[in-house]
Design a binder for this molecule. Sequence first.
Ligand code: TXA
Ligand code: MG
Length: 325
Amino acid sequence: MPDGPEEISAAIARLREGGLVAFPTETVYGLGADALSERAVDRVFAIKGRPANNPLIVHVSDIEMARRAAREWPFAAQKLAAAFWPGPLSIIVPKSSVIPTNVTAGADSVAVRCPDHPLTLALIEAFGSPLVGPSANPSGRISPTTADHVRESFSPDLVYVLDGGPCRGGIESTVVDVSGTQPRVLRPGLITPEMLANVLGQPIAGPGSNRIDMAAAGALPSPGLLPQHYAPVSPTHLIDRSDIRSMDAGAVLLVFDPIPDRRCIVMPREPLPYAARLYSALREADAMQPALIAIERPPVGSTEAERSVWLAIMDRLSRAAALSE
Ligand code: TXA
Ligand code: MG
């Protein structure tokens, strides 16, 4: 049974004390705290072990609440929010002074997003004020897509978990920056550059190939874009289909077709179901404590929409594999 009004009240009591509440969204579970309380936000960084230079997304229940977190509300932000909210899109806009500086890691811009989950929309609306919501996992590890995933990482006295069932989308929101002259995607997701361009009527800049250099230089393009993110504990490798069978016998294989006598997790062939399954599959693989996790390289896709979703998935897969390379 998913949680309801009673659990929402308990969650709000926690938030009012400056405590932490994990909430479901259509992408992954978030680790919520009062976005207007510097101390509550500090607790989020501490419990995740998150570097203080990695800014948090501010979660709102409607456009009005987003506008209160923004110093300016560009027309592009209005168009994108009207088209895609509630939904898996975080929009970076100039930051209002009501948002404490630790939320944005000192940056003058803030990411706002209205998540598409009835329980969490009801929570934020009843709280009456925005919540920060990084993915509810220790920094650098796999994002949670079920309430149990969150409970595996954080004890109930530290984090109250609202259970809204498994997340439908499975990978984190698209992050788009509209605070400059050309809109730019900083993190790819299920809302694709083509979808954004269609609404804005202008081209979208992609995640730059120099993003790691930018991060190393201390700029903050989107520190979640550092290579060592979303990683299992076991060494993880992306493998071409032709090489999968020759992997070490101790490996767990994430493949599209089962291989007899091997430990396999069979993945969906379509990109959206694959995204929804990915993080739980990586957690299951990791729990088997294999010598390594070998992930069969996904296809590129045949339509533009498929290609964009596979690219967002590849972004996560290459980061999952980056730790062990
Ligand atoms: O789907 C999601 O976005 C989930 C759910 C819970 O809403 N949240 C999430 O948060 O993925 P997190 O903290 O794990 O990732 C936020 C990403 C990071 O890469 C961060 O660097 C970037 O957004 N970000 C946040 N605020 C930013 C800002 N002001 N400028 C640039 N990047 C920002
Ligand atoms: Mg995260």
